[in-house]
Every structure is written in structure tokens, then in C-alpha cells.
Design a protein around this ligand. Structure first.
Ligand SMILES: [Zn+2]
Ligand SMILES: [Zn+2]
Length: 213
């Protein structure tokens, strides 16, 4: 059996929000509810899912603008890497800078640790701390039947990498994270980035113009 995955872009910046779930137990994990709480809640409720955790690839506001509303409504707990807490806490300033609406402040219930597992049904998602786009940027990987999947946030895109000119960003650090922690994954690993189309680790190792394997 495989976990089911729904990915859809939300908000002005079209952040890819994902819901991954076990169709038998209906347990689910929500990744990056960036905006459009009603749309996200409808997808959850239509399928009768119970959200075990709301997890974030990082604390840019386009990735957590709907976190408060969705976590309240689904009574679920919120997770973020501790190194992004300072960005999380300046959500209002980010809203001004990014031209996004201000949103109610969501509390962080737990800090994500490197290698931490999130369980749902018989499946698990594992955190990989990949600083560089921001200090607390985190990817999540899952072994799903015969497939490996990676949610790469704004660290790795199809033929691109995350910008490093924002607070706590660092171009050397992101290069190290991608080379040492992502390019070492199975080459067939499918990648679901924080924005834009999916890709495959093996393709990026060969063709990514910014970071070579
Ligand atoms: Zn970002
Ligand atoms: Zn983003």
C-alpha cells in the first residue's frame, strides 16, 4: 500500500501545499499551508482526514499564512525547525515586505529535529535539516512503496535553488546542504518543491545550473 499525496499551489506566490495520508486510517500530515485555508480545509474534510501534524519546510510567510486557521480548525499541532523561529515571529513584517495580507499568529507547538520522523498510518515522513535558503529550512522524505519522495521546500527547485539574499540565507550553506544531504539521496527520488513543477534528484545532479553534483 502507498500513502496518498495531494499537492496544490496556494496564494499569491503559489506555494505548493501538500497533504499526505493513509487511505486506510485517514491519518494525514499537512505540509506548508501557505494560504487559502478554506481550500485546504475542504480537501481535508472531503476525505475525512485527521491531521496528525502541520509541518513547515521553513518560515517564509507564503508557507504558513493559513497555519493558524487550519491548525485551529483541525485541532492539530504545529511544527517548525527552531532556527526559523525568528522569521516566524516577524510574520507581520514579512507580510509588508511580500505584499501579503497579515494573518493571525500561529503558535509553534514543537520544534522539528533533524532526522525526526512523523508517523501517519503505517507510513513515516523523515525530516532533513537543509539550511541555506533560511537557517531552519527543512526537507521531508518518505519511502512510499517502491518510490522515494522528497518535499524540498524552497531549498531545491526544478533547475533552480532557493534564493539566499533574505535574512539567515547563505549561498555556501545551501550548496553544502544540497550536495551533502539531497544529492546523496537515491537518484530516482521524486522531488516536490515549494514552488513550481516536480523534478527528480538524478536530473538535478546532472542539469541543475546552480549546484552541480
Ligand atoms: Zn522561502
Ligand atoms: Zn516560498
Amino acid at each position: 500500500m502507498k500513502a496518498k499525496i495531494i499537492t496544490f499551489p496556494v496564494g499569491l506566490y503559489q506555494c505548493n501545499c501538500s497533504i499526505i495520508y493513509c487511505s486506510e486510517t485517514k491519518e494525514a500530515i499537512l505540509i506548508d499551508p501557505g494560504s487559502e485555508a478554506e481550500v485546504i480545509l475542504k480537501k481535508i474534510n472531503d476525505r475525512g482526514l485527521s491531521i496528525k501534524a502541520v509541518i513547515h519546510t521553513h518560515a517564509h510567510l507564503d508557507h504558513f499564512g493559513a497555519t493558524h486557521e487550519v491548525s485551529q480548525s483541525t485541532k492539530s499541532e504545529v511544527y517548525l525547525h527552531k532556527d526559523d523561529k525568528q522569521l516566524w515571529d516577524i510574520a507581520d513584517l514579512q507580510a509588508e515586505m511580500l505584499g501579503l495580507p497579515k494573518c493571525p499568529h500561529a503558535n509553534i507547538d514543537h520544534f522539528i529535529e533533524d532526522s525526526q520522523s512523523f508517523h501517519f498510518g503505517e507510513f513515516k515522513l523523515e525530516a532533513i535539516h537543509t539550511p541555506g535558503h533560511s537557517a531552519g529550512s527543512t526537507c521531508f522524505k518518505i519511502e512510499n512503496g517502491d518510490e522515494q519522495l522528497l518535499f524540498s521546500g524552497d531549498t531545491l527547485f526544478k533547475r533552480g535553488v532557493g534564493r539566499t539574499d533574505l535574512p539567515t540565507g547563505d549561498s555556501r550553506v545551501i550548496a553544502k546542504s544540497i550536495k551533502e544531504k539531497l544529492y546523496t539521496l537515491d537518484i530516482d527520488t521524486q522531488v516536490i518543491p515549494g514552488h513550481g513543477p516536480n523534478t527528480i534528484i538524478g536530473e538535478e545532479k546532472k542539469q541543475n545550473p546552480f549546484i552541480k553534483a
